[in-house]
Design a protein around this ligand. Structure first.
Ligand code: F6R
Length: 250
């Protein structure tokens, strides 16, 4: 039996999974705001969280979910892209979420794709997370290399926000969006595994048959830097939200 079965939630489809996680998050934001402080969220990009962001926008429009006292930190950004590049994670987050909710612009943090000094930018990002009081809830997807954020195979458990070289598999998966492999950035800035694992609560979304084998490795395989998502196995409050296809090999 998988050792982390209690942390795995399997849904009929991705929309149902995203609605469930969004409802949980809305409750968490409300309860943190009631304590008189901002809720601090770590956010992910990619195809996987699209229905999740759609549901957050719906909850904002139709059910009064407010982001006025929410602070966000995105996991990563491609190095070399300007903010207004259509494939930048800055563009993604504004198109899919921030432009449709009431979050104050100053509460949004996304690593820069063009920092003047990469090392100090990464150190400042870590400091901003600490200054905000740490991350209450971290949203994750999983890459076919097992990465969370862009923590490609070999990323140590203690790693912090830093520059990373993207794995060839990750670049291949991004090629259609960039109209060809040659246009996909070779490097990114990513929060480290250590940064992510300090979040008080973590929800990882994974959908579709394409993710089934890496989901199995992350949940049932050894805890190893070769599959950074496997580090979630010993996090005290991390859950995998899967559809039936992504759970197909468990
Ligand atoms: C995105 C991120 C990545 C993605 C992963 C899955 O900010 O950090 O870890 O979550 O690459 O991407 P999709 O969802 O496009 O399959």
């Amino acid at each position: 039996m998988p050792k982390t079965l209690s942390k795995v939630r399997i849904f009929a489809d991705r929309d149902t999974a995203c609605r469930s996680l969004a409802a949980d998050l809305a409750r968490q934001i409300a309860s943190i705001n009631e304590q008189g402080r901002n809720a601090v969220l770590g956010l992910a990009t990619g195809n996987t969280p699209l229905p999740f962001y759609k549901e957050l926008v719906r909850l904002h429009r139709e059910e009064d979910l407010s982001f006025a006292r929410v602070t966000t930190f995105n996991l990563d950004e491609y190095l070399g892209l300007t903010r207004d590049h259509p494939e930048s994670y800055w563009s993604f987050m504004h198109d899919k979420l921030f432009d449709h909710i009431d979050i104050p612009a100053g509460n949004v943090h996304i690593p820069s794709g063009q920092p003047e000094d990469i090392e100090s930018h990464c150190a400042d990002y870590e400091q901003a997370i600490r200054d905000a009081g740490g991350i209450d809830f971290q949203l994750l997807g999983i890459g076919r290399t097992g990465h969370i954020g862009f923590n490609e195979p070999g990323s140590p458990r203690e790693s912090r926000t830093r520059r990373i070289e993207l794995d060839p598999v990750t670049r291949q998966d991004a090629a259609p969006a960039f109209d060809g492999l040659e246009n996909v950035p070779t490097h990114a800035i990513t929060m480290g595994c250590g940064t992510i694992l300090e979040a008080r609560r973590i929800g990882l979304l994974a959908f579709g048959q394409k993710k089934a084998s890496i989901v199995r490795e992350a949940i049932e395989g050894p805890i190893t830097a070769e599959v950074s998502a496997s580090f979630l196995q010993d996090h005290p409050d991390a859950a995998f939200y899967l559809d039936r296809e992504a759970a197909g090999e468990l």
